[in-house]
Design a protein around this ligand. Structure first.
Ligand SMILES: [Ca+2]
Length: 162
């Protein structure tokens, strides 16, 4: 952080003494999220808490060798953080996490739906808020690359072809 004289100091050593590797810094829903490589747990999602400390948001893919790669399309919707990530089991799918209110929060994260069942990726993307719904594209072996919607009243997404 920097003082009024524009003297800056390091805020957090996320890589724990190793080579720093910050992949992205993204403000979403009033919280600053950081995707970074940590020597112990791999590439995971962190956030800056109200006290200015960097905290782990989600260890999506436990263990250093199997880091999640990247968290993409971070989007705040209906009180939750949505993004796509690969947990090493289900491929790249859409996930949601409770938005942290304090550093002591337990962040419940869950996969919205395994749109491309199993280890294959549905690669959801283009997360777009419109009329109180979250629209996105995703690939399914049966349906192909389609437009989907997520309604805040439920966690099921719907193929818009009807
Ligand atoms: Ca999958």
């Amino acid at each position: 952080m920097c003082n009024a004289q524009m003297e800056c100091s390091i805020l957090a050593d996320i890589a724990s003494g190793g080579a720093a590797s910050i992949i992205s810094i993204t403000p979403v829903g009033g919280v600053l999220y950081i995707t970074a490589v940590n020597n112990t747990i791999g590439t995971e999602l962190f956030y800056l808490d109200a006290r200015g400390k960097v905290q782990l948001m989600a260890d999506m893919n436990p263990g250093r060798p199997s880091g999640s790669g990247t968290f993409q399309d971070l989007t705040f919707f209906a009180g939750k953080l949505y993004f796509s990530a690969d947990d090493g089991t289900h491929g790249r799918e859409m996930w949601s996490c409770e938005q942290p209110a304090s550093s002591d929060d337990q962040h419940t994260c869950e996969m919205v739906q395994d749109l491309q069942p199993g280890a294959a990726h549905s690669s959801p993307g283009e997360f777009t808020l419109y009329n109180d719904k979250l629209y996105f594209r995703a690939i399914n072996a049966t349906l192909g690359d389609e437009l989907w919607e997520l309604d805040p009243r439920g966690t099921r997404s719907t193929d818009l072809r009807g």
